[in-house]
Design a protein around this ligand. Structure first.
Ligand code: SAM
Length: 290
């Protein structure tokens, strides 16, 4: 039997469908939250005059946030054709003065595309969905210019990763009815969990937008279906990126409660990392080993 190529768009969950539906909700409050989320990762600094690469732009909301923070040029790329159309539409609507472009491109083909170096390479919640996470991190890191930043968010490893592998592979290929039932079951169980810890679903949904301007319903679909799926620990991220010559700048990492890892009954979340490529680093970052 031939092994499925998980780096090919055809084997992926239909991320772009979900982003097209979410993008209809994007308005100034969502944009403000996205700007706040990005600014927090940048330690409060603006992006005036900078060239930014957004890998896996999804809805285009965070490419837009980079422009709002003063970026001179934003190049947004995504493998999914629907994400590309949506990112373009969102940027057309909210950044009509330009300074951006969106291309259908895989992280694995960045070097061949000749886009040049970037002051900031941003990839939030993407590289673990590419089918070859380590190679994707290496490919993304090679687009950082001297002195530039790599801002990335990756799924934290949890004990139940094995279950989420099975669930996501099933969900990504399930019928719309099957998917709807799975979402309803997930949300019902999640509501019980919130109740047990003294919270409630209505409040949780309302506050969810503070999470980078995102939306609970769309994120549940994205979480349950986000295939391919990988996860990584903070020490593995450190080893990989310092091995490529990058230095850690800041991070927002959650430490697990059960032998250093969360159980992951309701899934996992993204740990966020910022690395810098030193300006005296010679030439391009080295080729990876994978
Ligand atoms: C969970 S979404 C994250 C979107 C966005 N970065 C955000 O934070 O909202 C993951 C995105 O990565 C894209 N993606 C998956 N594999 C990719 C690849 N090899 N190259 C570029 N984008 C990819 C998907 O199409 C999807 O739009």
């Amino acid at each position: 039997m031939r092994r499925e190529d998980l780096t090919a768009a055809e084997s992926h969950f239909a991320f772009g469908d979900n982003w097209a539906s979410y993008a209809e909700r994007i308005a100034e409050p969502e944009i403000d939250e996205a700007v706040r989320g990005l600014s927090r990762l940048l330690g409060g600094e603006r992006l005036d005059g900078k060239r930014v690469l957004d890998i896996g732009s999804g809805s285009g909301l965070h490419a837009l946030a980079s422009l709002r923070l003063g970026a001179r040029e934003v190049v947004a790329v995504d493998l999914d054709a629907d994400s590309v159309v949506t990112s373009r539409a969102v940027l057309d609507r909210h950044a009509p003065r330009g300074g951006w472009r969106v291309e259908r491109l895989s992280v694995f083909d960045l070097a061949a595309a000749g886009l040049g170096d970037f002051d900031v390479v941003y990839s939030w919640g993407v590289l673990h969905h590419t089918g070859a996470m380590t190679r994707a991190i290496e490919c993304a890191a090679r687009a950082i210019g001297p002195g530039g930043l790599f801002v990335l968010a990756l799924y934290r490893r949890v004990w139940m990763d094995w279950f989420w592998h099975l669930e996501k592979r099933w969900y990504a290929n399930a019928s719309p009815v099957g998917q709807r039932r799975a979402r309803a079951a997930f949300v019902a169980l999640f509501a019980i969990r919130l109740r047990v810890t003294g919270r409630n679903l209505a409040e949780y949904r309302r506050d969810y937008r503070r999470n980078r301007g995102m939306d609970f319903e769309h994120d549940v679909h994205d979480w349950l279906g986000g295939w391919p799926y990988e996860s990584i620990t903070a020490s593995e991220v450190d080893a990989l990126l310092t091995g490529l010559g990058c230095v850690p700048v800041r991070r927002f990492v959650r430490h697990g409660k059960l032998f250093g890892r969360d159980p992951g009954v309701f899934g996992t979340g993204c740990d966020e990392y910022v690395f810098r490529r030193p300006s005296d680093h010679p030439g391009r970052l080295p080729e990876g080993t994978s």
